[in-house]
Design a protein around this ligand. Structure first.
Ligand SMILES: NC(=O)c1ccc[n+]([C@@H]2O[C@H](COP(=O)([O-])OP(=O)(O)OC[C@H]3O[C@@H](n4cnc5c(N)ncnc54)[C@H](OP(=O)(O)O)[C@@H]3O)[C@@H](O)[C@H]2O)c1
Length: 229
């Protein structure tokens, strides 16, 4: 089995992961809610299918036969969208559907993309609690994301699905180049601001599928220093 199923494949992280996975020779199934909106995704041998990450039946039916799954879904693409339509349970529903659907389909590895808001600042509190660092108006989204992480953590060690959440330690930039390098950390937010490219986030995601290093936990991922550190 060489296939990776990517939920949110039409989004910024999902496209980058799809590109990185194809570059390494993985087969990719790109899951989007409406394939007609993404005609270009099917290039380069990518199989584009309809699916909903909050529906365990949908997850199970598209995930069968794959080596691993990637959760790069977001119900919120930017502050301009507002929060009127945000379901505070979105990421909990996604976690439940992924764990249930992947278990039913026999897919053991799940790599999810997190949000830096729930990394811990120097005072030991989540970044989202500091309005100087994290915009308070985005807090509902951060809380929803954190609830999803906690749902994954609640699985314990006995569950079939070996998940990892890779949380960017700062901003993500779509136009920044792929360097092929990054640094994994723990629960702490890194000091200073280093912007990670979506392309390097994708390198980390696919590395955690090819050569897993973190299991049933969340780790931060930050850009490597220019000098290689
Ligand atoms: N600095 C940071 O920590 C940081 C920065 C940016 C993003 N992130 C995180 O990275 C992840 C990916 O973000 P992104 O920037 O790639 O988001 P994005 O560009 O907005 O893409 C998200 C995708 O999710 C899909 N989606 C929404 N609801 C879905 C559902 N129910 N089932 C399946 N797909 C669904 C959407 O596709 P359709 O509408 O076509 O279905 C969309 O293409 C998110 O968890 C986000 O919070 C973290």
């Amino acid at each position: 089995m060489r296939g990776i199923v990517v939920f949110g494949a039409g989004g910024r992280a999902g496209r980058a992961v799809t590109r990185e996975a194809r570059r390494r020779g993985f087969e990719v199934t790109a899951v989007v809610r409406d394939p007609a909106r993404y005609p270009e995704l099917g290039a380069d041998g990518v199989s584009v299918v309809r699916g909903d990450v909050t529906d365990p039946g949908s997850v199970g039916s598209v995930a069968g036969g794959h080596l691993a799954a990637v959760h790069a879904v977001s119900p919120f693409s930017g502050p301009e969208q507002g929060f009127d339509a945000l379901d505070p349970d979105f990421f909990v529903k996604a976690a439940d559907a992924l764990l249930g659907g992947l278990t039913a389909a026999g897919v053991q590895r799940l790599v999810a993309v997190g949000l830096f808001a729930d990394l811990l600042g120097a005072d030991g509190r989540p970044v989202m609690d500091d309005p100087a660092v994290f915009p308070p108006e985005i807090r509902p989204f951060a809380l929803a994301h954190t609830a999803g992480l906690n749902r994954l953590r609640a699985q314990g060690d006995g569950a079939l699905v070996d998940w990892v959440m890779l949380t960017p330690g700062g901003g993500l930039e779509e136009s920044a180049p792929r360097t092929g390098r990054y640094v994994l950390g723990g629960e702490q937010a890194p000091v200073g601001t280093r912007v990670l490219s979506y392309a390097d986030l994708a390198v980390a995601v696919v590395d955690e599928i090819e050569r897993p290093t973190a299991h049933r936990t969340r780790v931060s991922v930050v850009a490597a220093e220019q000098d290689g550190a």
